[in-house]
Design a protein around this ligand. Structure first.
Ligand SMILES: Cc1cc2nc3c(=O)[nH]c(=O)nc-3n(C[C@H](O)[C@H](O)[C@H](O)COP(=O)(O)O)c2cc1C
Length: 413
């Protein structure tokens, strides 16, 4: 099979079939309206991704309450957002009914922005903090997640990604750092309770075998006590708990996992490997391989951090360009059984039509992400986000922002 055939080969996810192996990562764009509903820009973005024929598309992080947002213009999923979301999904499905569409449900916890949200935490982390959550407050957060899952189902999403990555609330709970002695902290049994119970509750509440449920998981957050370390004060990588997590979620009905790593507000280069540290991308392939190793064959594993491979013109040493392109590595990972699908994050900003161009044999027309990370800078600046290399609208926003507010004061989200 050629690399092209491998990547265009359909795959079963639960009762659904994705038309190819391309997954569009959740990518926050902070361009929703004041009520947290999709704007015209949001709708156009997802319609383009659907027209671009991605097999599975994830909606960017959508907040389960208005108080748990990390971005001012972030999507919100409450009762009041139900009808606008229904209309939005309908438009994306009309653009291409074959692309599967899932919602990434999130609560920002200690990353909730205090300028417009309530910062809360399971145990104050140096530099973050927030009100320490009680058991009852966590139970309430669980209720909000269940409601958000029901709304996602009702408005026509094909499933949800219960976000357990990147330092947001789902990962804060799981960390060894959460060693507070309470219902949701201390032992692994207590730290995994939130994720496990939430899955059980969501599956009962939605009660539809066609509704997909899975999670994006940071295999290793990369700081002492982060998820995937061997203790509350240790940075040493230990995949025992991440693998126990995905196995436990699979037993409870998860049909897919998106492998990730890092916690961008602390270890951004692990989550979004950049051209200065491109070799971290190889770590992601290892984590995906470990996920794949312990899961059942029918559970779909999606890999991350492919954007920087580009068309082989990257900053990697000791490898021939034609063997180190996004398409070559993506196909190789699938052919070697390391993962089942290839996640595209920043690349999906550069060219939402990559899968379509590949299918139409127009590979030479694919626009590759330059890994300039100006999209990330826009996100940190809390402006609308898009590709500053190929879309002048976002270049202008960035130039204007830099002129008015000067250089970035923080180097993370
Ligand atoms: C602007 C921007 C927004 C992002 N928003 C999200 C998000 O909403 N949810 C999420 O899980 N990851 C988010 N990420 C991380 C990406 O989904 C992805 O994991 C990461 O960029 C690595 O993939 P890539 O190399 O293909 O870009 C974001 C990254 C960027 C640069």
């Amino acid at each position: 099979m050629s690399h092209r055939d491998t990547l265009l080969n359909p795959i079963q996810i639960g009762t659904h079939t994705a038309q190819n192996r391309f997954f569009i990562q959740a990518m926050e764009c902070n361009d929703e309206d004041a009520s947290g509903n999709p704007s015209a820009d949001t709708t156009e973005r997802y319609c383009n991704l659907a027209k671009g024929e991605a097999g599975l598309i994830s909606l960017e992080a959508i907040s389960i309450t208005r108080e748990s947002r990390s971005r001012d213009n972030q999507l919100v999923i409450r009762e009041a957002n139900r009808e606008p979301l229904r209309d939005f999904v309908k438009k994306v499905k009309q653009a291409n009914p074959k692309s599967l569409f899932i919602f990434q449900l999130t609560h920002s916890g200690e990353l909730s922005n205090p300028n417009f949200s309530r910062r809360v935490c399971v145990k104050p982390l140096p530099g973050f903090g927030g009100d320490i959550l009680t058991k009852d407050e966590v139970d309430k957060i669980m209720d909000e997640f269940v409601l958000a899952a029901k709304i996602s189902h009702d408005v026509g999403a094909d499933g949800i990604d219960m976000k357990l990555c990147h330092g947001y609330f789902g990962s804060q709970m799981l960390r060894p750092y959460n060693d507070r002695k309470w219902k949701y902290g201390g032992s692994w049994k207590n730290r995994s309770r939130f994720a496990f119970e939430l899955y059980e509750r969501i599956l009962n509440a939605v009660n539809d075998k066609n509704f997909l449920i899975g999670s994006k998981v940071s295999a290793w957050e990369g700081f002492p006590g982060g998820f995937g370390t061997d203790g509350p004060d240790s940075p040493i990588m230990d995949l025992t708990e991440p693998l126990a997590l995905i196995k436990g979620l699979e037993e409870r009905g998860a049909q897919f996992f998106i492998q990730s790593g890092g916690s961008p507000s602390i270890t951004v280069s692990i989550t979004q490997c950049d051209k200065h540290v491109p070799y971290f991308a190889y770590l992601h392939q290892y984590w995906a391989k470990e996920f794949r190793r312990v899961l059942k064959p029918e559970t779909v594993v999606i890999g991350s951090n492919f954007s920087l491979f580009r068309n082989g013109k990257n900053h990697l040493c000791a490898v021939e360009p034609e063997k180190s392109s996004l398409l070559a590595y993506g196909a190789q990972c699938i052919e070697r059984g390391v993962m089942d699908m290839v996640g595209l994050g920043r690349q999906s900003f550069a060219d939402p039509f990559l899968p379509l161009k590949l299918r139409e044999n127009k590979e030479s027309e694919i626009k590759y992400c330059t890994v300039c990370d100006n999209c990330l800078e826009l996100l940190i600046r809390q402006t609308p986000v898009g590709c500053c290399t190929f879309n002048k609208k976002y270049t202008d926003i960035l130039v204007n922002e830099r002129k008015i507010n000067g250089p970035l004061k923080v180097a993370h989200t």
